[in-house]
Structure formats: C-alpha cells, structure tokens
Design a protein around this ligand. Structure first.
Ligand SMILES: Nc1ncnc2c1ncn2[C@@H]1O[C@H](COP(=O)(O)OP(=O)(O)O)[C@@H](O)[C@H]1O
Ligand SMILES: O=P(O)(O)OC[C@H](O)CO
Length: 502
C-alpha cells in the first residue's frame, strides 16, 4: 500500500526544484536544475520562460519517479515561486511574447520616477512602494515595448502571470489562469483590503484588466495537471510566493512570529494577524497567506544582498573557493579588525530603499586580510537583519525569537553572530527546505491530509537554537560602527550623483 506524499515545486531565481515530502514532512525525493540568467542591459535581468518550464517539468518527473520507487503516492501538488517576476503570453499558443522580467530588474526606474508625481498613496492600497521591484511597471513595459501588445492585450488575447500563474497555465494545459493572494500582493495591483484587483491601481500603472488572472486563496483548487504531462493527472492544491511559503513552512501562524530566509538576498517576514498593518518604518505590507477563508498579513523587510556577498568573495575578489570556507576564515580572527562592509551592490533595500547606494568597505589597514573581509561580509548580513528587526520593533511588533532558513544558515558562525547582534534567540529547524515545505503544507491542507494549521506546528522540529552571548557594550559598539558605515555609504552615493549631474 503506497504511502501519502506531496509534491512541492519551488521555482526560484536561480534554479527550479521539485521536492516530494512524506505526510510527516520528511524529504523523500528531490531534483534541482539551474537555468540561464540573461543580463541584456545595465540593470536588466531576464529569464527564458521556456527554460523555466522545461526545467520545472524535468525536475517534477525526476522527483515523482524517485518517490514512486520508494513506495509513495503523490496526493497533491503545491507551487512556490520567485515573486514579482513577470511573464506575458499569448492565450492561444501559450508562448510568452517577451522574456520573463525578473524581480531584480531595474529597467522601469524611470517609469516609477514619472509616476511619483501622481501622489497616490500606494502603501495603504497595495502595501508596497513605487519601485521597479514589483510586477506592475514590468507588465506595462512589456505591453509598451512589444509591437502590437497593447492592442492584443485589450482584445483579451494576452495573459499576464507571475511565475506561479505561468506554471499553473502550462501544467493545466491552458485551462486555469489563476494566482493566489500572496503572489497578487506583490504586483502593486491588488488591493490589500479587498484582495481584488484595484481599478485605480490598474489605471495608474496602465495595465488592462483583461490580462489579469483570477485571485484565489493559497490553498485552493488550481486545477489538475493535463493528460500526458506527468505519469498521471495530479491536482494542484497550494500556491504561495516563496517568502510567504517559508513563513508557512516555519509555522509562523501567530502574530509576532518572524522568519528570515538567507539565500541570494534576505527576506524577513513577521506575521501581524488578520488586518494589514501599515509600517511607519519603510517595511512592506503583504499577504502572509489565505487559508480556509481567512487571510493573515505580514510586514516584510527585503534585503537584496545576503548570500550574494559571499558569492562576491568567491567569484568577484576570489578570496575563497567555496561558501563554506567563510565559517573557518571568520573563526581564524578575533574580530573584523575594524573592517565594515556595506554590501549595497544593487542599492539598499529595506529600511533605507536607496537605489543609488553602492557597496563600500571601511576601515582598511595594511593589516587587513581576507579573513577580516570574509568576516565583515558575514557580519554585514547580521547588521542588515538588525536594521529590519529594529524597524519592526519601532512599528510596535514584539518579537521573541527569529526562525531562520536558506543556504546561508547552514553556517553556524552566521547564526551565532546573528543571535549576538539581534540579542534574541535564533532558531534553525531540522528541515531547512522550508519554502518547499510551506507549498507542500498548503497542498496537504487543501486535499485534507492535514486538518488545520495547529497540526502542522508539530511537524518540523528544531535543529538548534542559538542564544546571544555578546556583551551589550560590544553589541552597541558594533552597531554604532555599522550605522556610521551605512550613513557614509549613502552620503557618498548622493554626492557622487550630484557631481554627475552638475
Ligand atoms: N556555508 C555557507 N556560509 C555562507 N554562505 C553560504 C553557505 N552556503 C551557502 N551560502 C550562500 O547562500 C546562498 C545560497 O542559498 P540558497 O538558499 O540556495 O539561495 P537562492 O535560493 O537565493 O538561490 C549563496 O549566495 C551562497 O553564497
Ligand atoms: O528566488 P529567491 O529565493 O531568490 O526569492 C526571490 C524573492 O521572492 C523576490 O521577492
């Protein structure tokens, strides 16, 4: 008798992954494929939707085959995805009319600058900001730059989707055009209060309603995979953007529970309960999840560079061969020897939102070594998290501990320094694939494998809790130096920009 399992599709920025979980949240099978990143212009980042689709289909087939061999039967599929990334395709052929414009892409900065004169209060409607990060201006760019696209869109011939929607369309053979509230909440087009597309926002961003998908709950009926695609037809029962899926995978179901994911970037989300909370400290308001007719909201702090700073040490200045070495290197020195790295390689995200800032290193001496630099890079991720936590606390949120996941937190040194700087417990779960797990939970809730959220809370035990051991004097000194480095970084960017335009 085969045992019950759930297939999670995790379509991320650099790779497509499929993971099969048992009912008890154990990983039964997993498959992963990287795909091409395109940088056609300064600040532009694109993906080929066909490659996203082909890698996704291949990893699904691989993971399903391994799970079946091990005696498991998949009851439902959950999808989680890189958020904001935008695809527009022809409804008849299913072919994209332009490459996917990725969340990191800054090409619509000028459109945002022009719209800023219109004085619309985005944060109370969509919960977001006027920034190229979100989907709305990316859709408008495609419609305005692909010949005939605006006309075809108005005639109802084109469809827009974030990556979840594109995959649902392909998996169901063009039958279902839908997204969930978490993904819709990253477009700048959904009203956070009504959970519906907002006419005023559609008009502001010049996006025709005819291209938009239906907004469903995060656990819902997203159709069934088309005949002949996989070994059999499977229902799709769960969808959430990857950071929200990690919130679910980390079981942050009560107000004040906070998770932070350390991959390429770092995204910290804190559950704020069933009414959207407006930040006075430059955080985003977003949907956490919609389950069983109820929506929970979150405040989010988005940092664009976390693990990417480690990639820079490896690929940019080549002081390490692999990411793991940073732990040993950081441990060889007592401190960073006064070196502070501000990794604003792509500007600064929350809470500063300074697109002009660029990376800087302070405090270099003849005694500075690669170990000090490596240590400063790891420390910078912890200081940036401190700034987010500080913003959350200033917004009145009480946080007792932080649940962490993502590639970087395999590094014990990072987790310990994080606890030292934040001065709260840092909790690492056993299953670190919390994003995929969250998608599997949603699918399991929808197909009745799980009764409710309480049942999930017991599923993913803690691997390790890191407690603060730094003196408050040392913590305060380190944070003061970090703040000075950020201020100087921003001042430099501002002055350099003024000099440029003189
Ligand atoms: N042991 C480690 N110490 C520090 N950084 C690490 C370690 N292992 C991986 N990383 C960093 O984590 C990132 C990969 O994490 P992952 O969650 O797979 O990211 P993503 O989903 O954004 O591709 C990379 O940027 C890498 O540099
Ligand atoms: O694909 P990731 O893990 O880098 O996540 C990207 C975020 O969803 C962008 O908002």
């Amino acid at each position: 008798m085969p045992q019950n399992a759930l297939l999670a599709i995790d379509q991320g920025t650099t790779s497509s992954r499929a993971i099969v979980f048992s009912e008890n949240a154990e990983i039964i099978a997993s498959s992963q494929l990287e795909f091409t990143q395109f940088y056609p212009n300064d600040g532009w980042v694109e993906h080929d939707p066909e490659e996203i689709w082909s890698t996704t289909l291949t990893v699904c087939k691989d993971a399903i085959a391994i799970a079946q061999e091990a005696g498991y039967l998949i009851k439902s599929i959950g999808i989680t995805n890189q958020r904001e990334t935008t695809v527009v395709w022809d409804r008849k052929t299913g072919k994209a009319i332009y490459n996917a414009i990725v969340w990191q892409d800054r090409r619509t900065a000028d459109i945002c600058a022009k719209l800023s004169s219109k004085n619309i209060d985005l944060s109370s409607r969509s919960g977001l900001r006027l920034d190229p990060y979100f989907s709305a201006t990316k859709i408008a760019w495609i419609l305005d730059n692909v010949e005939g696209a605006r006309q075809r869109a108005s005639a109802g011939d084109l469809a827009f989707g974030t990556i979840d929607t594109f995959l649902i369309w392909r998996l169901t053979g063009g039958v279902v055009h839908a997204t969930d509230t978490t993904n819709a909440s990253r477009t700048n087009l959904m009203n956070l209060h009504t959970l519906a597309w907002d006419d005023e926002l559609l008009s502001l961003f010049n996006v025709p309603a005819a291209v938009l998908p239906e907004i469903k709950q995060s656990e819902d009926d997203f159709g069934t995979t088309a005949d002949g695609l996989l070994d059999q037809r499977y229902p799709i029962g769960g969808v959430a953007g990857d950071q929200q899926a990690a919130l679910i995978g980390q079981c942050c179901f009560t107000p004040g529970t906070l998770k932070s994911t350390y991959g390429t970037g770092c995204f910290a989300l804190v559950n704020t309960g069933e009414t959207p909370l407006r930040s006075s400290n430059q955080l985003l308001t977003t949907v956490g999840y919609s389950i069983n007719g109820k929506t929970s909201y979150a405040l989010e702090g988005s940092i664009f560079i976390a693990g990417a700073a480690v990639q820079w040490l490896r690929d940019g200045i080549k002081v390490i061969d692999n990411a793991k070495q940073t732990k040993a290197l950081a441990e060889t020195v007592e401190d960073s020897h006064g070196v502070v790295l501000v990794p604003a390689f792509a500007g600064l995200g929350a809470p500063h939102w300074d697109p002009h800032a660029r990376g800087s290193v302070f405090g270099l001496t003849r005694g500075t070594t690669e170990a000090h630099l490596a240590r400063a890079a790891l420390e910078s991720v912890c200081y940036q998290t401190h700034d987010l936590l500080n913003a959350m606390q200033q917004d009145g949120i009480e946080v007792a501990s932080i649940r962490v996941d993502g590639g970087m937190v395999a590094n014990n040194w990072v987790c310990q320094y994080l606890a030292d700087i934040l001065n709260i417990d840092v909790v690492r779960p056993q299953v670190m694939e919390t994003t995929a797990l969250g998608a599997a939970y949603l699918a399991g809730l929808h197909c009745g494998l799980y009764k409710d959220l309480t049942q999930l809370t017991a599923q993913n035990p803690i691997d390790k809790t890191f407690e603060a051991s730094m003196s408050s004097e040392q913590r305060s000194k380190s944070i003061t130096r970090w703040k000075a480095a950020v201020d100087a970084t921003r001042l430099f960017a501002q002055t350099a920009q003024q000099a440029e335009t003189q």
